[in-house]
Design a protein around this ligand. Sequence first.
Ligand SMILES: C[S@@+](CC[C@H](N)C(=O)[O-])C[C@H]1O[C@@H](n2cnc3c(N)ncnc32)[C@H](O)[C@@H]1O
Length: 274
Amino acid sequence: MSENELPFSNGNFALLEQALRKHYGADLSGYKYSFLQRRLEIALKRLRCKDVEELIQLVIADEAKARLLFSILTINVSSFFRNPDVFQFIDTHVLPEIFRVVQSGTINILSGGCSTGEETYSLAAMIAESFSQEISRVNIVGIDLDPLNIEKAEKGLYPPESAGDIPLKYKKFFSISPEGLQVDPALRKITSFKTTNIVDLKPENPFHMVIVRNVLIFLQRAYQSRILAHVLSIAATPAFLVLGKVESVPRELAHFFKPLSLRHRVYRIIKEKG
Ligand SMILES: C[S@@+](CC[C@H](N)C(=O)[O-])C[C@H]1O[C@@H](n2cnc3c(N)ncnc32)[C@H](O)[C@@H]1O
């Protein structure tokens, strides 16, 4: 089956997609159908539905279940400092250049498809540690399609065991309370979150770094290009793109994203076609 084919020949999946969109405003249009089919099988089991028709009824009748279904369908696994070598590369090769070139004014960073916020707060902690003198001019925006993820990100509260993913030098930006692992107010001050599709984001100011990790891999190729074309349109000069370890820039857009480190999937964004 190709990535664009419907998983069910009777088109039930398309009906489910429409119901989610109509009753909940959820947008699954960019996802690979092969991926959604696998997630749908998990959703049927978790929501104890015998078939897609029953799921559609559930979505129409119960908004909380619709939200849960959307979360199951759009995988949202994340962790603090995921792929630590990438964070280290950003810290030593990307951020110093941005701070050197952008001598005054705000430095804008986008964490696109941020899930529950671990990536966004990891960036904030790294910048607070390495560029403490400049922290007041940093603005990090985390966005995600799923409002449930954004609600969690805004709380900044995580299970205590997630502390194990945080390198020693950044632990001071997090505290353990009876409720769990709490993000320091200093990090929350420079971060904000918003529920939106990346392609719909219309920022007030362009971004100097856009991190979209482990998002494109689930999406159809045409949609990956749509997202990266939008990233190009909201990028500042200079600006950098960071993708997930197994993701890459589609060939037709390669001249706009020049690899800085292919190993770390870090690219320099070139706004003018050379
Ligand atoms: C697997 S998580 C990755 C989280 C984080 N970037 C990381 O690497 O740890 C992918 C997230 O991307 C979000 N997502 C998928 N398509 C999106 C889009 N078009 N715009 C915004 N968020 C999207 C999903 O809701 C999900 O939370």
